[in-house]
Design a binder for this molecule. Structure first.
Ligand code: SF4
Length: 329
């Protein structure tokens, strides 16, 4: 089957099966750029299902790029609260400010210029070029990767590198409806070529798929090792109030309120008799000793909160998890 037939089949499938997603709503070109920018930032590290309500709420509060460039940080964080990876929200605002200042309020139309904006890397710049500007580019997200691995039955370690997969992307050919086409391929990955139990019977490219012919759908993935690190958190309590500080010490959760803590040796963690909890961040397994202290230290910039007040301030789920463990100490 030639490229043209593959793209026809994929577009036909998309027209009949696509999900309604709020960022796919028909809007003006300018608004489409904004919707794409916001949704692509939110979709970095987060699944579509989770992003939908956040996107709807975000657009209600911050309806366009100009508003985003001027929004108060408090409102921005409120609109992002619960999505995690808060640096994305901060970068999104910085990007909006830069677009207003340097690009006349419109997203730049080249990969290089897009990559110069805060929080936009190779994948996001390609996704914006394809989705917002209808350029014939297919960004390699996890869904597209999975389809390629199965279509070509890629098994060897050197065949699952980004470079190799990108070299195989020509399989899909192209379509003049480039924006829909890129989304169609990602959508097939999400709805049909699922990680477990792919629905090949509904797949428009099953005819070209080696995994389908072999009836073997296992996926080779690179093994990712999370680092385990050990910490001791100080739970300072004064009556019903607990002490938090803004984090300017660790590279994760920068400037967010956290309990004061230090990294410690594994040995200290192992022999401590205090309560311990585990928290997973994207690239780190944290093992934390919770050390309760009843005398408040004399430190600057302290934030004192009781449990009720924790609901009125933006806290990362990391800090909320520790809060919920405290009652059991
Ligand atoms: S035929 Fe099956 S395994 Fe192959 S791409 Fe389609 S859904 Fe995936």
């Amino acid at each position: 089957m030639n490229d043209k037939n593959i793209s026809k089949k994929i577009i036909y499938w998309y027209d009949n099966n696509r999900r309604f997603l709020p960022w796919r709503k028909k809007v003006s070109k300018k608004q489409k750029e904004y919707f794409t920018l916001v949704s692509e930032f939110m979709l970095q590290q987060t699944q579509v299902k989770t992003v939908i309500p956040y996107f709807i709420n975000f657009i209600k509060t911050i309806p366009n790029l100009k508003t985003l460039s001027r929004v108060k940080n408090e409102t921005l964080m409120r609109s992002w609260e619960g999505l995690g990876y808060y640096s994305r929200a901060k970068n999104l605002k910085k990007t909006a400010i830069k677009i207003i200042k340097d690009h006349n309020g419109r997203l730049p139309k080249s990969i290089d210029e897009l990559k110069n904006l805060p929080g936009i890397g190779d994948y996001t710049s390609k996704a914006i070029m394809a989705i917002a500007f209808n350029k014939k580019i297919i960004p390699l997200d996890g869904n597209v990767e999975r389809i390629l691995k199965r279509v070509f039955y890629l098994r060897k370690e050197d065949e699952i590198s980004k470079e190799y997969l990108n070299s195989k992307i020509h399989f899909f050919g192209s379509s003049s409806r480039a924006s829909d086409y890129a989304q169609a391929i990602m959508e097939i990955g999400a709805l049909v070529c699922k990680p477990n139990n792919p629905l090949c019977i509904k797949c428009p490219i099953s005819f070209n798929c080696i995994s389908f012919k072999k009836n073997d759908f296992t996926i080779k993935t690179k093994i990712k090792f999370n680092k385990t690190k050990y910490f001791e958190a100080q739970i300072y309590q004064d009556n019903d109030k607990y002490l938090l500080i803004r984090n300017n010490k660790f590279n994760f959760l920068k400037n967010m309120p956290i309990f004061p803590m230090n990294e410690v040796e594994k040995k200290k963690y192992k022999y401590s008799n205090n309560k311990k909890i585990n928290i997973k961040l994207s690239n780190m397994d944290m093992k934390i000793i919770l050390n309760k202290v009843y005398k408040l230290p004399n430190i600057k910039n302290k934030i004192l909160l009781n449990r009720t007040q924790t609901k009125s301030i933006i806290l990362p789920s990391f800090t909320k998890k520790i809060f919920s463990s405290i009652s059991k100490i």
